[in-house]
Ligand binder design. Sequence first.
Ligand code: K2U
Ligand code: ZN
Length: 172
Amino acid sequence: MNPPQPLPILRYPDPRLHTVAQPVAAVDARIRDLIARMFATMYDASGIGLAATQVDVHERLIVIDVSETRDQPMVLINPEIEWSSPEKRKGEEGCLSVPGIYDGVERSIAVKVRALDGEGQSRVIDAEGMLAVCIQHEMDHLMGKVFVEYLSPLKQGRIKTKLVKAERDARR
Ligand code: K2U
Ligand code: ZN
């Protein structure tokens, strides 16, 4: 069975990226189909994570694969952070919705997350390293937050101008 078509990814500063996602009501066929489409979209874009918000679906669903071998898919439905370490570290982040922009963001170095998996089973994930960073980055998306919002207003302005121009040139 071949993978589904990738979905279009919303580009910053699209206002829809600031929508707050609603809880997933049921892990049904519609959600399982969306999960497959989100994985196809994430792998096609060489991402290590993707939030439903980024494909203009405003429900609390995240797909992740931080493995080098790109074969360890992880689904987080209705994720809740139960604990995050007081220790934080600043790391370089990018975002599939903010192409070509990389900058430092401070995140907890470890998080404990409860979420439903792709079968609707409740799981607890103790994450650290890149997985912890990715989970925090994706959960921000579900709250309508993009990583550039942690940067200075000056940097945010420059990024907006750059991406709006790039979008305009692409349409010309
Ligand atoms: O846009 C997204 O949400 C996917 C993000 C996830 C992510 C951002 C920062 C740090 C960790 C994960 C990325 O664009 S995926 C691209 C990527 C790949 C390897 C390392 C960092 C970012
Ligand atoms: Zn992102």
